[in-house]
Design a protein around this ligand. Structure first.
Ligand code: ISL
Ligand code: CA
Length: 528
């Protein structure tokens, strides 16, 4: 796929490196492990892999706390391992997207060590330092996304610093031009090494209200919800000035060819689409997490697709996500049977799909015993922890599912003996085969990758839409319910089944103008 088309027509696969493949027997996945599994990704048929953070980090937030942006953490390997991974990926026509974490550094980054050393240190203003409020408390009411205060008093200089996440993750001051220049150089460092793009962590958080005004209280807050929702993040995120910063990042990518800028954005639709930027000068793909936040019902999903399609700016390319390392897995949210329907949805909608590792083998919520909890968020706010969706990839039956030779950093799914790549790859009805076929269909039929979207119908349980390219028409019918039913097709042309989420049925035609849909079944049909 030439030029920008690769990230439009392609499928992105998210690798959480800690949990993909361990090669040195320390129970933690590493870069050589990812390289060793590139043949699998090529076999699966994806076009790009996005690696969650692999830079040097004390791992307070598992790599989302970077202490050196221009080095690989020894846990994952070396820069040479990274270069080898990129070269091997490119040899297989796989692109590599890095995770860029610009909102905050680790407290152990040399910039923060300098910044905190004295009030007049040249890097003082690289972070957000303020005096205490008159009562000695924090400068404003902002709350950490992981619970608790977002300000920590540093006794060395008697001021507070701001952190939208853990206290180990001080926020950078993106209003400071030196910070901007240094961070844009980080992009160039990796672009020069051949990476094909970035997924930018919490991109909507980069700019904060200059006056640091208090956030208003959320009138809809329901006690028991995460504390962060008790306030509306009106002043602490999504400031208009962030668009300029993103445009600067984008301009750096434009110095190279065919690189992609993906932004992590949790905002309502109307704000999300603003991140395409003025005249599309922003992110190529502002991550669309709406399927994670929408109830799993045919009508709700139909409405979401229509609203999203309508909200996109002219020329803005859509994208869809079912899950990631921060969210309960799709199978955990909708159940194993509906997870198949979800796979068909993700891989047949208009827009770049991002597939989360393990979802293709039907991984669900893995139980984490209390003594094995690793995510600091779980300690702050029980129930919010993200460990259940970060467990080791399951490659084969046998000890530790072929992930490692020793007990892994997080427990392996108790169902790994049967739910693993080796057992599922040759099974015609497996979740893995379904994913591989869907990805192949997307590649074989431009209607599915770059074709137009047309809503056809929605009933209580069944959503039907078409994808159109030239004279090609592909129709998708998804049964969100558990009961069997029928879906009608126009009688003026011949239709046949390209794929059923249950396996089989290929080549089948309609009977009396209808295709039967089993409960939890999705069909991809083609007009002949
Ligand atoms: O999950 C959220 C919204 O549903 C959040 O509160 C949060 O904004 C989001 O998870 C941000 O995630 C990213 O930044 C974090 C890191 O821990 C996550 O893993 C990363 O994806 C801090 O860097
Ligand atoms: Ca390892």
């Amino acid at each position: 796929l030439a030029g920008e088309l690769w990230w439009k027509a392609g499928v992105v696969y998210q690798v959480y490196p800690r949990s993909f493949q361990d090669t040195n027997g320390d129970g933690v996945g590493d870069l050589r492990g990812v390289t060793a599994r590139l043949d699998y990704l090529a076999w699966l048929g994806v076009d790009a892999l996005w690696l969650s953070p692999v830079c040097r980090s004390p791992m307070a937030d598992y790599g989302y706390d970077v202490s050196d942006y221009c080095d690989i953490d020894p846990l994952f390997g070396t820069l040479a391992d990274f270069d080898a991974l990129v070269a091997d990926a490119h040899r297989r026509r796989l692109r590599v997207i890095m995770d860029f974490v610009p909102n905050h550094t680790s407290e152990e980054h040399s910039w923060f060590r300098e910044s905190r050393s004295s009030r007049d240190n040249p890097k003082r203003d690289w972070y957000i330092w303020r005096d205490a409020a008159p009562d000695g408390g924090p400068p404003n009411n902002w709350i950490s996304n992981f619970g608790g205060p977002a300000w920590t008093l540093d006794p060395a200089t008697g001021q507070y610093y701001y952190h939208a996440f853990l206290r180990e993750q001080p926020d950078l001051n993106w209003r400071n031009p030196q910070v901007r220049a240094a961070m844009l150089d980080v992009l160039r460092f990796w672009l020069d090494r051949g990476v094909d793009g970035f997924r930018v962590d919490v991109i909507w958080h980069l700019m904060k209200d200059e006056a640091l005004r208090d956030n208003p209280v959320n009138p809809d807050y329901v006690p028991g919800e995460p504390e962060i929702n008790s306030l509306v993040q009106l002043h602490s995120a999504d400031q208009p000035e962030v668009m300029q910063v993103i445009a600067e990042m984008r301009a750096v990518l434009e110095e190279y060819d065919a690189r992609v800028l993906i932004g992590e954005i949790y905002l309502p639709l109307e704000r999300l689409v603003a991140y395409y930027g003025v005249d599309l000068s922003g992110a190529h793909l502002p991550f669309n997490f709406q399927l994670i936040q929408t109830p799993w019902r045919a009508e709700a999903v139909a409405r979401l697709i229509a609203e999203y399609e309508a909200a996109l700016p002219a020329g803005g390319w859509p994208n869809w996500v079912l899950g990631n390392h921060d969210q309960p897995r799709i199978a955990a949210r909708v159940g194993d049977a509906q997870a198949r329907v979800a796979a068909v949805l993700l891989l047949t909608l208009r827009g770049t799909p991002t597939l989360y590792y393990g979802d293709e083998i039907g991984l669900s919520r893995v139980p984490i015993p209390p003594e094995r909890v690793r995510d600091p968020w779980e300690h702050n706010e029980p129930g919010r922890g993200r460990d259940p969706e970060r467990t080791p990839m399951q490659w084969a039956p046998g000890p530790h599912a072929g992930f490692s030779t020793v007990e892994p950093w997080l427990p392996v799914d108790p169902q790994a003996q049967t739910r693993n790549v080796e057992c599922l790859r040759d099974d015609a009805t497996s979740m893995l085969t379904l994913h591989r076929r869907l990805i192949a269909l997307r590649r074989d039929h431009p209607a599915l990758s770059i074709g137009a979207y047309r809503a056809v119908s929605v009933s209580r349980d069944v959503l039907v839409y078409e994808r159109l390219h030239g004279a090609d028409v592909i129709r998708v019918a998804l049964n969100f319910g558990h009961e069997a039913c029928y879906t009608e097709v126009p009688s003026d042309s011949g239709w046949e089944v390209l794929l059923s989420s249950a396996g089989g049925r290929r080549g089948e035609g309609p009977q009396e103008g209808c295709f039967a849909l089993a409960g939890d079944e999705a069909l991809v049909l083609i007009r002949r």
